[in-house]
Ligand binder design. Structure first.
Ligand SMILES: *Cc1c(COP(=O)(O)O)cnc(C)c1O
Length: 396
């Protein structure tokens, strides 16, 4: 199916159909091409493929038909011209940074980023003379003040991890463009089923496919979505040269995951809303962070910018780390794991896991306190999740 045809369809149709090309076997489900390389009819054809004169498969570091189906499907869902699939979400961030930045450049990023992303910007890229300033996600004056002549990128996650703060994408896109910068949004928490940053003015979208795009906790992968020039040519070129590629097997799992994405996201949202609402009435809980709650500082913005509030709820218990660990250890149904976006609900203590490698000072500044617990609300019966947390809270 051509891009033009796919563009006429709604989101759910794209999620099921975009990118598929049947082979002569006329398979109904997408074929899995577990082949590292591809053959040519002649030496001349090999030369034409390598020079780019002729389109076609060469080698699965950069051309694989199964990976391409995933890329085209995700691009169709995000409303982007091009998508490049990567080995992990971190590989997507790295490929973007290595492609768009050079020594001397500067980045402004939000403080509440996924811990490893913060670490990449503040510990790895600094060795290549790329510096990053971190600002509070929703402090627009701080974003503006941090921009310098050598700033190239503004980078954010919304909602943020683990505090679910919500930034105004349109406003930050305008700020970026007024200063000759690009706005990059990590759309991991919402997925295109709930939020499409490109339509709000962002230049590139980053994904950890490991999370909701898979949705069942099986594979690690990532993606960058955006325009044909930057993503289709430049980031694709980086991938071809540097090699942080998605495996075709993982691409097959992810592309099947996209087929049920909207249904799953709706169910995650419903369960998370019910759980957040219940949690805010528990005496041991000091604060609940969930954009769907009226008490959330960006509740209205989230309602306008997203079509659902997401599946991540975090809450702070009285009694700091000890109480938080006791609660986590007492749960029986929720899985103690740092992963999120799974059908199975997961529970995490961010301060000592996902955000454990950043300095205590950076952590406190981003609001990740010792009593904070993050739950990625899965697809179980919400009454069972609530009962599990209820008996665990009694230990706090
Ligand atoms: C998990 C995650 C990443 C990194 O993805 P990996 O697939 O684990 O490399 C990046 N951003 C966010 C928001 C994440 O949750």
């Amino acid at each position: 199916m051509s891009h033009e045809e796919i563009d006429q369809f709604g989101f759910s149709t794209r999620a099921v159909r975009a990118g598929q090309r049947r082979t002569d076997e006329m398979e109904q489900s997408e074929a899995l091409f577990l082949s590292s390389s591809f053959t040519f009819e002649s030496a001349a054809q090999a030369a034409a493929r390598f020079s780019g004169e002729e389109e076609g498969n060469i080698y699965s570091r950069f051309t694989n038909p199964t990976v391409r189906v995933f890329e085209e499907r995700l691009a169709a869902l995000e409303g982007g011209e091009a998508c490049v699939a990567t080995a992990s979400g971190m590989a997507a961030v790295l490929a973007t940074a290595m492609t768009l930045l050079k020594a001397g450049d500067h980045v402004v990023a939000s403080r509440g980023l996924f811990g490893t992303t913060t670490s990449l910007f503040s510990n790895v890229l600094t060795r290549f003379a790329v510096t990053t300033d971190f600002v509070p996600l929703t402090d627009y004056a701080a974003w503006e003040a941090a921009i310098r002549p050598e700033t190239r990128l503004l980078f954010l996650e919304t909602p943020s991890n683990p505090l679910t703060e919500v930034a105004n994408i349109r406003r930050l896109a305008e700020l970026a463009h007024a200063n000759d910068c690009l706005l990059i949004v990590d759309n991991c928490f919402c997925t295109p089923a709930l939020q499409r940053p490109l339509a709000l003015g962002a230049d590139l979208v980053i994904h950890s496919a490991t999370k909701y795009l898979d949705g069942q906790g099986r594979c690690v992968g990532g993606a960058v979505v955006g325009d044909r020039e930057r993503v289709g040519k430049d980031i694709f070129g980086f991938l071809r040269t540097a090699g942080p590629t998605m495996s075709p097997f993982n691409a097959w799992v992810f592309l099947k995951g996209l087929e049920t994405l909207r249904l799953r996201m709706r169910a995650h949202c419903d369960n998370a809303m019910a759980l957040a609402d219940w949690l805010q009435h528990q005496p041991q809980v000091r604060q609940v962070h969930y954009p769907g709650l009226r008490s959330h500082p960006q509740h209205e913005l989230a309602g306008a910018q997203q079509t659902g509030y997401g599946g991540i709820v975090s809450f702070e218990v009285e009694g700091g780390r000890e109480a938080a660990w006791r609660l986590i250890d007492r749960t029986r149904l929720l899985s103690i794991t740092a992963n999120l976006g799974d059908a199975k609900s997961t529970i995490t203590h961010p301060a000592t896991t996902t955000h454990g490698r950043i300095s205590a000072q950076q952590r406190e500044a981003s609001g990740v306190t010792e009593g904070l617990i993050r739950v990625s609300v899965g697809l179980e019966d919400v009454a069972d999740l609530q009962a599990d947390l209820e008996q665990a809270l009694a230990a706090c």
